[in-house]
Write a protein that binds this ligand. Structure first.
Ligand code: CAA
Length: 384
């Protein structure tokens, strides 16, 4: 067993690092303050082939493995978690779901431009619509209805907390088709976001990942062609769960990146800042904090890579992705809080970045399944 990365992995990591430093770092504080969606950065991600990283080349993707995706997500999240969540949703929730379960016609029409990230020179990304105002963790209790009308479905309902909600051209929408069948009555649908009957809510005013685009979306009598259902009738809940298992690798890597970005900043600051006559890195209390940060980040990285390898080798990754997500997101919250503490008052102002990282870290414990949901997934697997 060898933990060495291939030359290709190193190249991907370097490309992501360069992108983060050259394209994301300038302006990251302003975009956070002004709630500006990083459209220019996301367009450049498309040019790099980072919006369809794991999609096969015949469907317009980069044909890379999940390990490459983890490396790229970590590097970009070190600098800008609003850019990386936009990338993560398109890669692992939208493109991956369509590649795995879409028909050839769906892949031709939707996956190709989504994997490219552009259509006719314009940004073309997707969003994953599962959560509702009263159905988050309890995903089977959703109320959005897709009524079978013969050659089309009629979609009615409201979806909440949708990343890329106002930017996406394609929505993957989960809805009840046979409510009496519970989780077996849910279907997934491809819905073009410019259809009549779709109302996009205002951008949510969030604690963190402020520059990313989060909205509620409502559907009123939206006609969805029959051929836009993904998978067999009633497969939608399993589609969502399976897709989310891969999404959780993306969010775990995002959390890992936020944590390692905050640690890099804390280390640099501790070498410069003097207190009691010496750089603060010479105080044991700071050394121990840094030691714990490095250890937890290393463990989080190994869990992310384990989940990625499970996926790449066609092993079940439901449990390993849940472990990676819960551990990496709790690491991110802890490391960023300590990074603020190490910076003292400077940590509490925007110029030093760590306060943003601390705010950004929080969502990784909530979206794509809360830490509590991950523990349910893990304990069910251990205790079964
Ligand atoms: N892969 C495939 N199938 C799965 C699965 C998986 N990972 N997990 C469950 N299933 C299947 C089960 O086997 C079961 O099938 P059968 O009935 O045929 O046996 C079926 O799905 C129902 O499963 P459960 O009985 O386990 O369902 P449950 O109601 O107990 O819920 C849960 C399980 C794990 C709690 C699930 O509801 C869950 O993960 N909730 C969290 C939802 C979530 O992550 N939401 C995030 C929103 S998306 C988001 O944040 C996007 C964004 O924009 C960033």
């Amino acid at each position: 067993m060898d933990f060495k990365f291939s030359e290709e992995h190193e190249m991907i990591r370097q490309a992501a690092r360069d992108f983060a430093q050259n394209e994301c770092l300038p302006g990251v504080i302003d975009r956070d303050i002004n709630h500006t969606f990083p459209k220019e950065q996301v367009m450049k991600l498309a040019d790099l082939g980072f919006l369809g990283m794991m999609v096969k080349p015949e469907y317009g993707g980069s044909g890379l493995d999940t390990v490459s995706y983890v490396l790229a997500m970590e590097e970009i999240s070190k600098v800008d978690a609003s850019v990386s969540v936009t990338m993560s949703v398109n890669n692992s929730l939208v493109c991956y779901g369509l590649q795995e379960f879409g028909t050839e016609a769906q892949k031709e029409k939707y996956l190709k431009p989504l994997a490219h990230g552009k259509k006719d020179g314009e940004l073309y990304i997707g969003a994953f619509l599962l959560s509702e105002p009263e159905a988050g963790s309890d995903a089977t209790s959703q109320r959005t209805i897709a009524e079978d009308k013969g050659d089309y479905y009629l979609l009615n309902g409201v979806k909440n907390w949708i990343t890329n909600g106002g930017t996406a051209s394609v929505f993957l929408v989960m809805a009840q088709t046979h409510p009496e069948k519970g989780s077996h009555g849910i279907n997934a649908f491809i819905v073009e976001s410019n259809q009549p009957g779709i109302t996009i809510g205002p951008r949510e005013n969030k604690l963190g990942i402020v520059a990313s685009d989060t909205r509620s979306i409502s559907f009123q009598d939206v006609k969805v062609p029959k051929e836009n259902r993904v998978g067999a009738d009633g497969f939608g809940f399993k589609f969502a769960m399976h897709t989310l298992s891969g999404g959780r690798i993306g969010i775990a890597s995002q959390a890992l990146g936020i944590a390692s970005g905050a640690m890099e900043r804390a280390v640099a600051y501790s070498k410069e800042r003097k207190a009691f006559g010496v750089p603060i890195k010479d105080h044991q209390i700071i050394q121990f904090k840094i030691a714990d940060m490095a250890t937890r980040i290393s463990a989080a990285r190994l869990l992310c890579l384990q989940a990625a390898l499970d996926k790449d080798h066609d092993r079940d990754y439901t449990t390993s992705s849940a472990m990676a997500k819960v551990f990496a997101s709790e690491t991110a919250m802890w490391v960023t809080t300590e990074a603020v503490q190490i910076h003292g008052g400077y940590g509490y102002v925007k110029e030093f970045h760590v306060e943003r990282m601390m705010r950004d870290a929080k969502i990784t414990q909530i979206y794509e399944g809360t830490s509590e949901i991950q523990r349910i997934v893990i304990s069910r697997s251990v205790l079964k």
